[in-house]
Write a protein that binds this ligand. Structure first.
Ligand code: APR
Length: 236
């Protein structure tokens, strides 16, 4: 019987896509410096001004089609040859998938998808947008007659994928955190599920305070250089 490959679980954030040209949220000049986060990324903001929110995500979606995966995304995907790789991402871009990752859990939704504003999980209302059809006209209705909205987990909303994500972290033989300030819960709380003694690597050019006392190896570098150094440590 084939020996099961070691499971390596990634928890990625905006810094993973920074080298693809997508700005992070909380770095200097980040997205939340330019936009009032509670107006464009919260449930209350959606209810108050769905047109503003629709236009905000149209802009982010348009930018997405002008970007491509960085080498860091590709190195993560390449580990699937010898590891059972699970990517848990807070990012709403599809760069991990476009780099070749086949097992991606999106905690905060997906920029290319739009859905019902009555029931975001109703698949009959899901639409996947592409570069020829990326813009939602404010006021457009979903199949159930409600306003079509971004398939994004807004602040104040539940994060249904946190359950399968926690399960995966609990089964990890290696946990790698890349490009997240670990500011936002429940995503940041996933580090609590790693088993005792499992090696944890954190790839980030800055210091990141991790909520619990883990034996973390901090690879102080960007995503691509950090992945190159990680592969030298753990082997491809
Ligand atoms: N490579 C790796 N990490 C980087 C790079 C890079 N090139 N550039 C910046 N970083 C790091 C920053 O040092 C920071 O620790 O990426 C992290 C980005 O942190 P945030 O901007 O807070 O992004 P993130 O942690 O993903 O935010 C979590 O907040 O607004 C919500 O829903 C949004 O999913 C997002 C969540």
């Amino acid at each position: 019987m084939a020996v099961a490959n070691k499971k390596i679980v990634f928890l990625t954030g905006a810094g993973m896509s920074a080298e693809s040209g997508i700005s992070t949220f909380r770095d200097a000049g980040g997205l939340w410096e330019q936009y009032p986060v509670m107006q464009v990324a919260s449930h209350t903001g959606w209810l108050q001004d769905p047109e503003l929110v629709t236009r905000f995500y149209n802009e982010r979606r348009k930018q997405l089609f002008d970007t491509k995966p960085c080498d860091g995304h590709k190195l993560v995907a390449g580990l699937e040859q010898n590891y059972d790789v699970v990517v848990i991402t807070q990012n709403v871009d599809d760069l991990h998938e476009r780099a070749g990752s086949t097992n991606v859990i999106h905690l905060h939704g997906e920029l290319r998808k739009v859905c019902s504003s009555r029931d975001v999980e109703n698949p009959a209302c899901w639409q996947v947008l592409d570069r020829n059809n990326w813009e939602v006209e404010p006021g457009t209705k979903a199949a159930d007659g409600s306003l079509l909205r971004p398939y994004i987990v807004f602040f104040e909303e539940a994060v249904p994928m946190i359950v399968p994500a926690a399960q995966q972290v609990g089964e990890a033989d290696v946990l790698v955190i890349i490009g997240t300030s670990l500011n936002v819960y429940p995503a940041a709380g996933l580090v609590n599920y790693v088993r005792e003694g499992v090696p944890v690597y954190l790839i980030d050019p800055k210091e990141v305070s991790v909520p619990i006392d883990l034996n973390i190896t901090h690879i102080q570098a960007g995503a691509t250089e950090g992945m190159e150094r990680l592969i030298n440590i753990i082997g491809i």
